[in-house]
Write a protein that binds this ligand. Structure first.
Ligand code: PLP
Length: 233
């Protein structure tokens, strides 16, 4: 790791926060309605510490084995950890113990285990359901036609708090094309809320499509590379 990369982190973070603010204004979003999750997967702990010293408190990881040593080393720092990756059922206990949020829930079995294994002294685990927008079976996420059924199931689980939806759309080059993808997720979100659900979170937008996601109502953007540089693993 280059020292230069570490030194850039506070500047990168400040730039991203400024872009978020500018986009909130540009797209008539409420001030501070977009939350920044710093995606630290594939990055060494020194970079997380650099971001932490610059005031960042929420970090996203997608592999439990990689995340646990980081979380353990930073215990007591008042950080908030978000799990954003594929969840294997033998990993649910540790996820329920160490994370505040899961953005990538896609099935009942995992939901039930996460709720049962959430330690009772902790607040309910915040959950976003990951939606498969492309309707391709190969893609990760709940198919759109099974979404409401899964939400209804999860709402009945005592140690989960269902917050909203997450998606990773197929990469698109232009702002307009990216916007079209995110519009699909926000349409689902609004429809569910009209249908009595109380979702408050749209987790969408990464380094290359953050602006389009904010235009379409993102409340959490998940930014890795633009803060930390190229991943090492
Ligand atoms: C890696 C990852 C990100 C961050 O992507 P960048 O392009 O580095 O900003 C966001 N969300 C998820 C689910 C990821 O796996």
């Amino acid at each position: 790791m280059l020292d230069l990369e570490l030194a850039n982190i506070p500047k990168n973070l400040a730039e991203i926060k400024l872009r978020i603010q500018e986009n909130e204004v540009l797209f008539s979003r409420e001030p501070h309605s977009v939350f920044l999750l710093a995606v630290s997967k594939g990055q060494p702990i020194e970079k997380i510490e650099a971001a932490m010293l610059a005031g960042q408190t929420a970090f996203g990881e997608n592999h439990l084995q990689e995340a646990l040593p980081k979380i353990t080393a930073l215990t007591g720092k008042k950080l908030e950890w978000h799990f954003i990756g594929l969840i294997q059922s033998n990993k649910t206990k540790k996820i329920a113990e160490h994370f505040s949020w899961v953005h990538s829930l896609t099935d009942r079995h995992i939901a039930k285990r996460l709720s049962e294994q959430r330690p009772p002294h902790l607040p309910p685990l915040n959950i976003c359901l990951q939606v498969n927008l492309s309707q391709q079976q190969s893609k990760q996420g709940v198919p759109i036609n099974q979404l409401e059924e899964l939400i209804n199931y999860c709402v009945g689980l005592p140690h989960l708090k269902i917050r909203g939806l997450m998606a990773i759309p197929v990469p698109k080059e232009t702002f307009e094309a990216q916007r079209t993808e995110f519009a699909k997720l926000s349409a689902l979100f609004y429809r569910l809320n009209e249908n009595k659900h109380q979702l408050d979170t749209l987790s969408m937008g990464m380094s290359n499509d953050m602006k389009a996601a904010i235009a379409e109502g993102a409340t959490i953007v998940r930014i890795g590379t633009a803060i930390f540089g190229t991943r090492t693993s």
